[in-house]
Design a protein around this ligand. Structure first.
Ligand code: KG4
Ligand code: ZN
Length: 338
């Protein structure tokens, strides 16, 4: 069964063709990073306009790389939320038109469910049940995944997402957008224990997160550091990046491993853009191993937003008969578990 997966939830226009929910024939992503870079974050109006420009060539490229025609498709899966309304609308209305004109079934997909299941695009994937830490620019949550469509949310961020914290700290340091990869690179040349930034573990029993205090703490520190030449001699920007990154990682690792232990699963998965971070991967793999747990990470192209995870999720929804009709609308907020 050939499924076209489309995602335009934020600042990437992506389309992929997936066979039987696992074989990726193509996965095309048109990133808008350069467009939003000067603004230090995604500008929603620019994002939707760019999606309008990109959606047709991106889908055509996905079909061409898969060596398929529209008539070979058995379904069109599209993200309907959560995300930026203007961006989501472009993907959904394009998918609706494609499905209607060509009489192909349409499937509505939750973007976050795509991230949760993205590890199943890899050959080396864990068996159910497992725990997933989803860490992206818009979300930070921990889910217990019993099977397809069977999710229990164990915790989530009460304020900023982990990726958002990376992006904001990069902006504070004047490094541009998106911040995650830039901070990671800079942190490699810094000392992670140089500045004891706060770790918000919250209540010891909770799996919720909070990163806004850390962001404020870094902001105040950088203000003082910029005005103090002596401090600049002993502390480099690289040390600030490394110390901030370590504070985020410590909390993510503690909560994810504790969730794994408490639920009795064998495997922990990390998904979403922040899962690209090597320091996070290394620390989590080691901490999980100490508790007898295995850690799994999708390849970077399946961690950041992509159409492949939407095609995969759409496939499993479609074979359960969950087809969408033409009245379906986008949802800026769309919890995975309602
Ligand atoms: O999943 P994603 O592509 O989009 C959302 O759904 O939000 O995640 C993007 C986020 C950005 O905040 C970006 O800074 C972060 O993932 N990110 C990273 C790294 N690469 C991307 N954060 C930390 N380290 C990285 N290497
Ligand atoms: Zn995402």
């Amino acid at each position: 069964m050939n499924i076209l997966g489309i995602d335009t939830s934020c600042d990437d226009t992506s389309a992929a063709v997936i066979v039987d929910g696992h074989e990726v024939l193509s996965n095309v992503v048109n990133s808008q990073i350069r467009l939003h870079h000067p603004y230090g974050g995604v500008v929603p109006e620019l994002a939707s306009r760019e999606h309008v420009r990109n959606i047709v060539p991106v889908v055509h490229e996905a079909l061409a790389r898969a060596n398929l025609k529209i008539k070979n498709l058995d379904g069109v899966a599209v993200t309907v939320g959560p995300g930026l309304i203007g961006s989501l609308l472009v993907g959904l209305y394009y998918a609706k038109a494609l499905a209607y004109v060509n009489q192909i079934p349409l499937v509505a997909v939750n973007h976050l469910e795509g991230h949760i299941l993205s590890i199943l695009l890899e050959e080396n994937a864990p068996a159910f049940p497992f725990v997933v830490l989803t860490v992206s620019g818009g979300h930070t949550s921990i889910f217990y995944v019993k099977g397809f469509g069977e999710y229990k949310q164990m915790g989530q961020t009460l304020d900023d997402a982990a990726g958002e914290a990376f992006d904001k700290v990069a902006k504070i340091l004047g490094l541009g957008y998106p911040g995650g990869a830039i901070i990671e690179k800079m942190a490699q040349a810094g000392l992670k224990n140089k500045i004891p930034f706060p770790r918000a573990y919250l209540d010891p029993k909770t799996f919720d997160f909070s990163f806004s205090g850390l962001k404020t703490s870094v902001s105040l520190y950088v203000q003082t550091w910029r005005e103090n030449k002596e401090l600049q001699n002993s502390i480099q920007a690289e040390d600030i990046a490394a110390s901030f990154q370590e504070a985020v990682i410590d909390v993510l690792v503690e909560k994810a491993v504790r969730a794994g232990k408490q639920t009795g699963v064998d495997s922990i998965v990390v998904a979403g853009g922040v899962a690209c971070n090597h320091a996070l991967r290394t620390k989590l793999t080691q901490a999980a191993a100490k508790e007898g747990l295995s850690a799994f990470y999708p390849r970077p192209g399946y961690c950041t937003d992509n159409g492949a995870m939407i095609g995969l999720t759409g496939y499993y929804r479609m074979i359960r008969g969950e087809q969408a009709d033409m009245s379906i609308d986008v949802r800026s907020r769309f919890p995975v578990v309602e």
